[in-house]
Design a protein around this ligand. Sequence first.
Ligand SMILES: C[S@@+](CC[C@H](N)C(=O)[O-])C[C@H]1O[C@@H](n2cnc3c(N)ncnc32)[C@H](O)[C@@H]1O
Length: 290
Amino acid sequence: MASASYDARRGELTTYFDRTAVEAWSRLTSDAPVSRIRATVRAGRDAMRATLLSWLPADMTGLRLLDAGCGTGALSVEAARRGAEVVAIDVSPTLIGLAQERLPAIAGAGRIDFRVGDMLDPALGRFDHVVAMDSLIHYRAGDIARALAVLGARTDGSVLFTVAPRTALLTLMHAAGQFFPRSDRSPSIVPVTERGLRRRMSSEQALDGFAWVQSHRTNSGFYLSNAIALTRTQRVSQPHPHPEVPERSGGLEGALQPAPRSLEGSFEAAPQHLRMRGMRGMNGTEGSVR
Ligand SMILES: C[S@@+](CC[C@H](N)C(=O)[O-])C[C@H]1O[C@@H](n2cnc3c(N)ncnc32)[C@H](O)[C@@H]1O
């Protein structure tokens, strides 16, 4: 059950992404020229999308993926190209319309089912993987944790998401309000600390069966965001609707416990003891969930 603050924020985001900033988002997510500041955001978002995609299987044939807050659908397209059955949902009908207009031909078995609505809608069903790229960054830590719990309860593989790390620089940049001009500035992003997020996540029972396996920061000019990968380590008790999804191996070292004090306020890549056994790393040295 989502909270009143989640519902209120979703309403503000609907207005923002469906009306106020449609032009800005349409442009930012296209190849059209943008200002130098926005070019750094675009480059950062491209790098972030690549990171998230690198944590998904190379072959997603037969796998269901939820692109939660899909915007104009760039990540959905890449997942469908890998063969995934994508449900791409966003609260903005205008952005969903744009995503449909931009949809290229997808060769192979992959397909995208575009929906307008709330990413937490139970009618969407179960998934092998869920990705929420920059869609939870506007919600408070408690609402992020709750949303992850709701999504996690319906996920058999991994939940990948991004958060805005609370850093002095980001706080300053937000204060300066330089992401967008006043007319189409976003409802504020809510930066969170790793410790605070882990604490809230550890009190969500539905996340008990998940391990925080890796995180990665993308910092590109005016774009600063952390990707986090949660992977299911315990079987779901109900019958598995996707028998082809292999059971995850590895220990529970990364189970969602509050962060050790040394990690307070830090979103650097997870230390070795928080990664699952047998996982290779991102960036050549840290892991990829394959
Ligand atoms: C910053 S945009 C990111 C879009 C896309 N994930 C990307 O990276 O290009 C955030 C998106 O999340 C959507 N969103 C926010 N809250 C949502 C919710 N509760 N359910 C569905 N979509 C939501 C917004 O409408 C917006 O399109």
